[in-house]
Design a binder for this molecule. Structure first.
Ligand code: RM4
Ligand code: NI
Length: 332
């Protein structure tokens, strides 16, 4: 009976997710969200940036819940890094639910509905953030597989699969993170001159520290996600070199077949289309920001054949590299 109920609940949330994902963007283009405090099809509330970030527009906010009160299924227009600091409860998403304990850490992207149930003194800290707005210089962050796993693979994976693995911090690590969050909160509260710089720097420390913690995780699900993250890290840091499937599979310590399957499950596209997408993005960035010749840019982005480069670029962005550059010059 309990299983049947659980199954029905999951099916119910599953339907909610599908509808909400298709409806949300339409709502926001027709009327301002204030007119839709609840998504009328789905009853899923969307938390808006302007209500949760300071009016000066700075895109990091800390929201402590002590305890977490019943809130209701919702999505956000931003991402949320959640750190469980005490008590117990259930985390439910559009697809799944799992028990929470102190030390759990996870990232909720901006489209996945989530909520908390059966709370008993559940305490947590939410760090709300909008990475795109923050324009953080990622430097060598992309060389940390834990970053890919925690901040992009896990949130995306959770959206498509049931996924119970998550980062669980040991008490000493939780203490370190709590210390960073205290500093972050103090900066955000005082808002003295330079707070944006200081708060961003502390937030970067939190991201880097948690990414490193992820790499030490013993959880088998996290370990297998990390193996895909290792391959992604390799792609990100060697984009200008020829890269083939055999070496990626080797880095992920999997057979070629299982690697292709696991990569697709984690990322939602094949390793090759991921690689091409990344190369096109890199080329587009160079076309916008440098005067380098198109042949040079193709090489820097890892395309050894100019015609192939133009074809892939046009397929992805709908314009030739030359027109793309011209268009951007006109825009600035
Ligand atoms: C709620 C709950 C939600 C969070 C908002 C900011 O109490 O923790 O998940 O998005 O706060
Ligand atoms: Ni939330």
């Amino acid at each position: 009976m309990i299983y049947l109920l659980a199954y029905l609940c999951q099916a119910y949330y599953g339907i909610f997710t599908v509808i909400s994902l298709t409806i949300a963007p339409i709502n926001s283009t027709i009327l301002p969200m204030e007119f839709y405090p609840l998504n009328w099809y789905t009853m899923i509330r969307t938390l808006r940036k302007e209500h949760w970030f300071h009016q000066d527009g700075f895109s990091i906010a800390v929201e402590r819940r002590d305890p977490q009160e019943p809130f209701g299924l919702h999505t956000h227009e931003f991402s949320e890094l959640v750190i469980i600091t005490g008590g117990v409860g259930l985390h439910v998403t559009g697809q799944d639910s799992w028990a929470l304990t102190s030390g759990d850490v996870f990232v909720i992207g901006d489209t996945l509905p989530h909520d908390y149930r059966d709370m008993n003194k559940l305490r947590l800290i939410n760090i709300l953030f909008d990475l795109e707005k923050l324009l953080i210089d990622k430097r060598d962050l992309l060389s940390l597989p834990g970053y890919h796993a925690l901040f992009s693979l896990e949130p995306a994976w959770r959206q498509r699969h049931k996924f119970r693995s998550r980062l669980h911090l040991q008490p000493a690590d939780l203490n370190v993170v709590s210390g960073f969050i205290d500093l972050l909160e103090a900066e955000l509260k005082r808002r003295d001159a330079g707070f944006g710089f200081m708060a961003t720097a502390i937030f970067m420390q939190i991201i880097g520290f948690l990414s490193r913690c992820y790499e030490r995780s013993k959880n088998p699900d996290s370990r297998s996600l990390l193996r895909i993250a290792n391959a992604i890290t390799y792609i990100e840091t060697n984009i200008q070199k020829p890269i083939n499937l055999d070496e990626l599979a080797q880095i992920a310590e999997m057979s070629k077949r299982s690697f292709i399957r696991a990569f697709h499950a984690a990322v939602g596209s094949s390793p090759i289309s991921y690689l091409i997408q990344l190369r096109v993005n890199r080329a587009a960035e160079l076309l916008r920001s440098t005067d380098d010749s198109i042949t040079d840019i193709a090489l820097q982005a890892g395309f050894s054949d100019g015609n192939y480069f133009t074809r892939q670029f046009r397929k992805a962005l709908g314009a030739s590299p030359r027109d793309y550059r011209k268009f951007h010059q006109l825009m600035v």
